[in-house]
Design a protein around this ligand. Structure first.
Ligand SMILES: Cc1ncc(COP(=O)(O)O)c(C=O)c1O
Length: 359
């Protein structure tokens, strides 16, 4: 466990667009995802533990559509010089008039690419989703079912990102890369993806307030490249009341913890984990400065711990996947240090899916 005691008093400002919540509400299939009360998990000895259940978000089994949809919309409205209040039909009309052939590009291990493909279909445009060669057929089919054209890249995820970026670049103005991690010279769209995730926190805050008349003051967030955690830190550390952010990673993909310990952005080579969405070796370049200052506690968990927590959460009616269950596994490690009256929010980022049960 890594504890950054300076994060307690660190604050930042948020520049998130006010239009995001209403944009998401305007999308087909939008509704608030449920908030589940998990305070009955007695071993935690905490009075208020809630899980934001992202297992069904606009027809997809993960939170990622929140970021992909907003970033796509903002990038296209900018291209078409439309205001951020333009509706989906106005965007479709603008594309037909000025940018016929506009295509979205993304690389993915699954959830992000599926969300980008869905957004392209909604706007009536094409998408090309680049996947590493080891991505299983059923995940590729799910992307295709959303209308995405899947391109299998001979290589790993990083190679897929490179191919998506280069192909979008070759196409020119009509090739739009919607990638959920930033790198040198590519920062705006990843930032808008981060901004889009804020809807999850807005929903959770009002749901928790209606039950407790209080705001969450301990938030547990799963970390892959750290974009979701960047959104969480920006949201909760810009609001003027103290709050503890706990970041959780798989032991086998602990790039944030290694970076925090060394004080510099550090890549790690990762190993297979049941927490697939968290299997990332490098923190996003725009997330790192925010996480270095704003993450209070960094915790690593094993596959077995995530699996055990998943079973415990099932008893609280949460039918969620291992990345989501990792939050409970982390909370169990930190709970003895917390105020018993804390209001805890676990970000349950994905629904249940098949995985090999760890022994
Ligand atoms: C289910 C799930 N949870 C959490 C994350 C972590 O998000 P990030 O990569 O922004 O840290 C991911 C990333 O893909 C994911 O798929």
């Amino acid at each position: 466990m890594f504890v950054n005691s300076k994060a307690r008093t660190w604050t930042c400002s948020s520049t998130v667009d006010v239009e995001i919540d209403s944009f998401h509400r305007s999308l087909p299939g939008y509704s608030q995802t449920p908030l589940l009360d998990c305070s009955s998990i007695t071993e935690l000895a905490l009075k208020n533990v809630f899980l934001k259940d992202e297992s069904a978000r606009m027809g997809l089994p993960a939170f990622k559509i929140l970021g992909a949809s907003w970033a796509t919309y903002k990038a296209i409205t900018k291209l078409l010089q439309l205001p951020l209040t333009a509706n989906v039909q106005a965007v479709k009309d603008g594309i037909a008039q000025k940018h016929e052939g506009l295509t979205l590009f993304a690389a993915t291990e699954g959830n992000h690419g599926r969300a980008v493909a869905k957004m392209a279909s909604l706007l009536g445009i094409q998408s090309q989703i680049f996947v590493p060669q080891y991505l299983n057929k059923s995940t590729r089919n799910l992307i295709e079912n959303e209308g995405g054209n899947v391109v299998v890249v001979p290589g790993d995820y990083n190679e897929a990102v490179l191919r998506a970026k280069n192909t979008a670049h070759e196409i020119g103005i009509n090739g739009l890369l919607i990638q959920d991690t930033a790198f040198d010279g590519y920062e705006d769209i990843p930032q808008w993806i981060v901004d889009g995730y804020s809807t999850m926190m807005h929903e959770a805050d009002s749901q928790i307030y209606s039950i407790t008349q209080a705001q969450p003051n301990v938030i547990v967030v799963p970390v892959g490249v750290g974009s979701l955690a960047q959104s969480v830190v920006t949201h909760y550390k810009s609001r003027g009341h103290p709050c503890t952010i706990i970041a959780v990673e798989p032991e086998s993909a602990n790039c944030l913890q290694m970076s925090l310990e060394s004080g510099a952005l550090t890549s790690v080579s990762t190993k297979d984990t049941i927490m697939c969405g968290l299997n990332c070796g490098t923190v996003s370049s725009i997330a790192w400065p925010v996480l270095r200052n704003g993450v209070d506690v960094s915790v690593c968990v094993t596959d077995a711990e995530a699996h055990e927590s998943l079973l415990q959460l099932k008893e609280c009616q949460a039918v969620i996947g291992p990345c989501a269950a990792a939050t409970l596994a982390a909370l169990k490690k930190v709970a003895p240090r917390l105020d018993k009256n804390a209001v805890v929010l676990l970000l349950g980022t994905e629904g249940i899916r098949d995985y090999e049960v760890p022994t």
